[in-house]
Design a protein around this ligand. Structure first.
Ligand SMILES: *Cc1c(COP(=O)(O)O)cnc(C)c1O
Length: 223
């Protein structure tokens, strides 16, 4: 199926989920995750009107960002090793995976301009997942006050691998509550208004729980 056809289907689902939650559909931005697909397919996505593209490896990111034409906002959604920061940080618009001070330090050293970051939180507590525990997230955000290259625009999480919708919903709800707590602190370096949550299988639940960025790969551009 063409990306434009898949986009039409997903846009409908976004619209219903947003309306169900009393939200405006355009308060939800789609990050098209292109990590599984070719440069050609990625260009097709951009031509279909997708502006936000996401990659999860430095090599894939560099290859795509050099090959793709158009007004693209680049999102780095994977875990980022400190030694790879230098090669990507000045080419990307959003980092979704800030989860440790050593990474913040490296960004501070390498970034030329301020960068919009999401703090990755491991709400579900699954061992194989990256991210801070919810208990440590607030203190971590506060510690970032000293890093003027980092603007904390929000929080990011990945739901646990399960078919239990209520478990997934609870994970998103907890992230939204944590976001509200941090936003209420009115920290200059951390407006923390955004929520990056929801993927192909769970984005409608994420929207009902307040997602402002959903990261969709397989059901939009393909696997
Ligand atoms: C791959 C990936 C996605 C997209 O997953 P799909 O299930 O294919 O939509 C979203 N977020 C992150 C962090 C990913 O690594």
């Amino acid at each position: 199926m063409k990306v434009s056809e898949k986009l039409a289907l997903i846009s409908n689902d976004i619209k219903s989920a947003a309306e169900k939650a009393g939200r405006k559909p355009d308060s939800v931005k789609i990050v098209a995750v292109t990590k599984y697909v070719s440069n050609e397919r990625t260009q097709e996505a951009v031509n279909a009107g997708l502006i936000h593209l996401g990659e999860n490896r430095p090599e894939g990111f560099t290859e795509k960002s050099e090959a793709i034409n158009g007004e693209v906002k680049w999102h780095y959604i994977g875990s980022l090793q400190s030694r790879k920061v230098k090669s990507v940080i000045n080419e990307l618009d959003y980092l979704h995976s800030l989860d440790r001070l050593s990474l913040a330090k490296e960004i501070q050293k390498r970034a030329v301009e301020k960068i919009d970051c999401f703090i990755q939180v491991n709400v579900s507590g699954e061992e194989q997942k990256h991210g801070l525990s919810p208990q440590n997230a607030i203190e971590f955000v506060e510690a970032l006050a000293n890093y003027d290259k980092i603007n904390v625009i929000g929080l990011m999480t990945m739901a646990p691998l399960t078919d239990d919708k209520e478990v997934i919903r609870s994970c998103f709800k907890q992230l939204a509550m944590l976001r509200d707590k941090i936003a209420a602190k009115n920290l200059q370096h951390a407006p923390c208004t955004e929520l990056s949550m929801g993927m192909s299988n769970d984005f409608t639940i994420a929207i009902e729980e307040g997602a402002t960025y959903i990261r969709i790969g397989s059901s939009l551009v393909g696997e």
